[in-house]
Ligand binder design. Structure first.
Ligand code: ADP
Length: 284
């Protein structure tokens, strides 16, 4: 079971002076349960790509299969797709509008036609999963901090119990602590549930720390689609398109060039520290 894109193209405003091909011949498969990071320059097509995943926009050509069903086939139930693939937009707090947190998070399940009691149950479960403290459940969303609002917005999507959670830059505009908290919480969510998580980020550090696999977008195409270590091995090519591998990749390459025999394919600071310690111990 997976999301599979076959030769997918998307053109904005075709046939006009503003015509722009945002996605070019995208072929991808995202198996259920994976934590996938999508990275790329501004304008590389990340947002356009993720909006296809729940049918918000329709490919100009090509196909998209969700659990082996072509979502563009006649009679396909788009409503069901939208409740299974939850999208958290950038700055989602701009879409919080109910009087209190609980009512806001209930909005999605209510729209799915569930009874008030069930909506409440799902909202509670979702809020707990995001780690928002219970004392805020009856607060106005507007009284909360940026990070807390972000949690409420994520809970609003989780309350619909999606099978796939797609997050577009969920840490944009947060301070470093708020960023780490949200990402740790998303990683926790992924471990606790069998949900597929697709995280769009411009931070290689964040993606390296959390994703099982990285999709690198460049000018509307998929440049790399592989495990983090494999992708970062192409750090020179990434630089050429204005992206960089995590800082530790550079440090490890520098160390090796200076004759310190460390592995260069580590992707996080913790792994780098372990590797350096190992080499030091062997020397001692
Ligand atoms: P990213 O999310 O990686 O920043 P986008 O998917 O937003 O990239 O954009 C991909 C390309 O499509 C860019 O060249 C962008 O200018 C163009 N684009 C995005 N949205 C629109 C739109 N509504 N109309 C026309 N062009 C658009």
């Amino acid at each position: 079971m997976s999301i599979r894109l076959e030769h997918l193209n998307y053109i904005y405003s075709p046939g006009t002076a503003y015509e722009k091909q945002a996605l070019k011949d995208i072929c991808l498969e995202i198996p259920n349960g994976e934590f996938v990071g999508i990275i790329g320059h501004t304008g590389s097509g990340k947002s356009t790509l993720i909006q296809h995943l729940n049918g918000l926009i329709k490919a100009t050509s090509g196909a998209l299969y969700y659990n082996e069903e072509n979502i563009y086939a006649e009679g396909y139930d788009m409503r069901s797709l939208r409740s299974q693939v939850g999208l958290v937009f950038q700055y989602p707090e701009h879409q919080l509008f109910e009087v209190d947190v609980m009512t806001d998070v209930c909005f999605g399940p209510k729209n799915q036609g569930l009874l008030p009691e069930e909506c409440r149950k799902r909202a509670l479960e979702a809020l707990r999963l995001t780690g928002l403290k219970e004392k805020y459940y009856n607060s106005s969303p507007f009284e909360l901090s940026g990070g807390q609002k972000r949690r409420v917005a994520i809970a609003g999507v989780l309350a619909m119990r999606p099978k796939v959670l797609v997050l577009d830059e969920p840490t944009a505009g947060l301070d470093p602590k708020g960023r780490d908290d949200i990402l740790d919480q998303i990683a926790y969510l992924h471990r606790q549930t069998d949900m597929t998580v697709i995280l769009v980020s411009h931070s290689m550090e964040d993606i390296a720390r959390y994703a099982d696999r990285i999709i690198v977008m460049n000018k509307g195409t998929v440049m790399y689609n592989d495990k983090p270590k494999k992708v970062f091995a192409h750090y020179r090519e990434l630089e050429k398109v204005g992206l960089a591998a995590p800082q530790v990749t550079y440090i490890m390459h520098d160390l090796q060039e200076k004759g310190f025999p460390v592995k260069t394919d580590v992707t996080t600071a913790a792994e780098a520290a372990d590797e350096i310690m190992k080499v030091l111990e062997n020397r001692g």
